[in-house]
Ligand binder design. Structure first.
Ligand code: TIU
Length: 220
């Protein structure tokens, strides 16, 4: 067992039953002209975690532990995009509209891809998801069952939307969840802080949080 100095108390995981889930580190969220930008967000905030996510990937790759990358997006005909999602709010471009990185949040478009710095490597899973949670309308549960995973480490964007939603889905399915604090980010710093506080509250009601350095020290 490996024990990480985490909050609200130590997080212990069996190294043969852990997997990393990197949520939606796509150009559409991190780079100008994508989905996050069309919603009116300052996407530069999210670029700050690229080194943290890269460092976390290195820990998992060096140990040969499973890595799952997710991508939020939809089919070109939008058949898996609920109209309520597409029509919500007043973005400058809607899902499926043509932007500078191709059609917004559509499979196969440049904006839908994972940023080059965090590109998946051979043997890693890449999971397309139509919703905010990575278990909804995907085979993530089947993949994790096949791997024998009981403990999940989380990174990615945004903390309070797709990361927190997926952690809550995982929590209800019986996984023990650790969120790496400097490998996740929000367009709103106060929402990142609040999401992490909610996750840790009430005796790790949803999971634990820890800095990357704490995980790296525990694994070394
Ligand atoms: N808008 C926002 O904060 N997030 C999303 O729409 N998707 C993810 O969090 N990936």
């Amino acid at each position: 067992m490996i024990t990480v100095d985490a909050s609200p108390f130590a997080y212990t995981f069996p190294p043969d039953k852990v997997a990393l889930i990197v949520i939606d580190m796509q150009r559409d969220f991190v780079e100008p002209g994508g989905f996050g930008d069309t919603l009116g967000n300052d996407v530069s905030r999210l670029q700050a975690i690229l080194p943290g996510v890269a460092g976390l990937l290195k820990v998992f790759r060096d140990n040969g532990w499973p890595v799952i990358h997710t991508r939020e997006g939809h089919r070109p005909d939008l058949s898996d995009c609920p109209p309520a999602k597409r029509l919500r709010g007043s973005p400058t471009l809607r899902i499926g509209d043509k932007g500078p990185m191709g059609r917004i949040l559509i499979h196969g478009e440049p904006g839908h891809g994972i940023v080059d710095a965090l590109a998946p490597i051979a043997g890693e899973y890449v999971l397309d998801k139509p919703g905010k949670g990575a278990f909804y309308a995907t085979d993530l549960g089947t993949i994790l069952e096949g791997l024998g995973t009981t403990h999940l480490v989380f990174a990615g964007v945004t903390t309070e939307v797709c990361v927190q939603t997926t952690m809550r889905e995982a929590n209800d399915r019986g996984f023990d969840n650790l969120l790496i604090e400097d490998a996740t980010e929000s367009y709103f710093p106060e929402f990142k802080d609040a999401a992490m506080a909610m996750i840790r509250a009430q005796g790790a009601i949803v999971g634990w949080t820890a800095p990357l350095a704490a995980l790296a020290a525990a694994v070394a």
